[in-house]
Design a protein around this ligand. Structure first.
Ligand code: PA5
Length: 443
């Protein structure tokens, strides 16, 4: 098994009796999901996605990725939230957080439309100068302001450089199959389009074209990624005390003990974006109705030198979920130094991953002694199959956990509030009354 729960360090915090006591709630959540009769049940396409996906489109994704790899130096991925986090998380975890700086036969990938910051956009435009570029614009609704604005700018760049006809070969749109501004625009301009299925929400869409096209462009084997997710779908299909359901149960037990912050931890900086994907998945799914565990994250040992103090010794509000990667993407043997002037020979004659492992072990012991429950998720390696399995593990655990919490894990009503205010303040037609009201508040 490539993804496995290790509860060894939870013993002082959660008893078997507590797990038994919450089991009926897990079963109820499982039944709600399996019977497809709970809130948000029109967004359950992700459950069977690893086996029940559009095979014809999957082949087109691979063909488009080959074309992109051949024709461009830089791929611009335009999207926000679920429309870019999953792709970036998988690409960086499997290839490197330094992916763009590595020697490789795949294009550099830059992500835009995930903020409205002009300086960031200008930096990417400067990077694109003199380079061959392709664009994958991704928006399920096809109307989100951040990516739409960025796309307007990159569409012009591509058209100015390659002409309208050339742009057709370089712009790929991933959006709703029929509706939305992006779909109409893509059809009008003759771009190749890929579909975000109706029944898959943004944060659950990494295994659709949303994630798969950029991931394939980075040279990652998407067949293996899907195979890993399919294995997880089997593994976590039944209410049989599986690791995925146990993780959901543990989160709820800890939440009921006032552990209202969960920190996802890894010891590999390449997982920093995986942390971000996790935070969106759990934050948008559970943080509603004045409830939910606040999802946070850290990369160790980096953040042990910043947040480490708080985790060890500050308010006892959190638990940690630690990714324990058994085999790193690569390793480095540390040689002894004859002079040992820096006194570091005690670290040598072994792989650097062993030092990282000792840091992990020492930290788990220190943090649990400091009153921070640690859930460990062991990963055999950092490969496509394991990543597919991990993605599905977190997705299903999130759904089960959300139903246990009594929320709809598949909507995100809270995201609309800032948008309405922003549109009003920018003078979007239809928001006139709100504009006056907000301007009075701003003074
Ligand atoms: O999970 C979600 O639904 C959101 O985070 C969306 O992914 C995000 O708002 C982007 O939406 P869209 O893909 O419609 O542009």
């Amino acid at each position: 098994m490539s993804v496995k729960l290790n509860c060894e360090y939870l013993k002082p915090f959660v008893s078997e009796r507590e797990l038994d006591a919450i089991a009926p709630l897990v079963s109820a959540a499982h039944k709600t999901l399996a019977d497809r009769n709970g809130p948000g049940n029109d967004f359950l396409g992700w459950v069977d996605l690893p086996v029940n996906y559009d095979k014809e489109e999957f082949a087109r994704i691979k063909a488009a990725a080959e074309k992109i790899k051949k024709t461009c130096d830089v791929l611009i991925v335009i999207g926000i939230g679920g429309s870019y986090l999953g792709a970036r998380a998988v690409i960086e975890a499997l290839r490197s957080s330094l992916y763009n700086n590595l020697k490789k036969d795949t294009p550099d990938i830059y992500y835009v439309g995930n903020s409205i910051n002009p300086a960031y956009l200008n930096d990417i435009l400067a990077i694109c100068e003199g380079k061959d570029i392709c664009v994958n614009v991704i928006s399920k609704s096809g109307t989100t302001t951040e990516p739409a604005l960025a796309f307007r700018i990159f569409k012009k760049l591509v058209e100015d450089k390659y002409g309208k006809d050339g742009a057709k070969d370089r712009i790929f749109a991933t959006t709703d199959k029929a509706k939305g501004t992006l779909k109409s625009l893509a059809d009008a301009e003759g771009y190749e389009t890929f579909v975000v299925p109706d029944d898959v929400g943004g944060r659950y869409s990494v295994l659709t074209a949303v994630g798969l096209l950029p991931i394939a462009c980075a040279g990652i084997d998407i067949d293996k990624l899907m195979a890993g997710a399919a294995a997880a779908r089997e593994k976590y299909a039944k209410d049989d005390g599986n690791d995925c359901y146990k993780y959901a149960a543990l989160r709820n037990i800890l939440y009921n003990k006032n552990k209202s912050v969960e920190m996802l931890i890894s010891y590999d900086p390449a997982f920093a974006m995986m942390n971000e994907w996790f935070k969106q998945l759990y934050g948008e799914s559970e943080g509603k109705d004045n409830k939910g565990i606040f999802p946070a994250s850290a990369v160790f040992s980096t953040d042990l030198h910043s947040l480490g103090q708080f985790i060890q010794d500050g308010s006892r509000i959190m638990f940690e979920t630690v990714l324990d990667i058994k085999k790193q993407r690569s390793d480095r043997f540390l040689e002894a130094d004859a002079e040992n002037l820096d006194g570091l020979n005690f670290l040598t004659n072994q792989d650097m991953s062993v030092v990282n492992l000792r840091a992990f072990q020492g930290t788990v012991l220190a943090h649990t002694e400091g009153g921070v429950p640690n859930i460990i998720i062991e990963l055999d390696d950092v490969g496509e199959e394991t990543m597919g399995e991990l993605i599905y593990f977190f997705e299903k655990a999130c759904a089960i956990s959300g139903y246990m919490l009594g929320v709809n894990p598949f909507d995100q009503p809270g995201v609309e509030s800032y948008k309405k205010n922003m549109f009003a303040l920018l003078g979007k037609p239809g928001y006139e009354d709100r504009k006056a009201e907000l301007e009075a508040k701003l003074g």
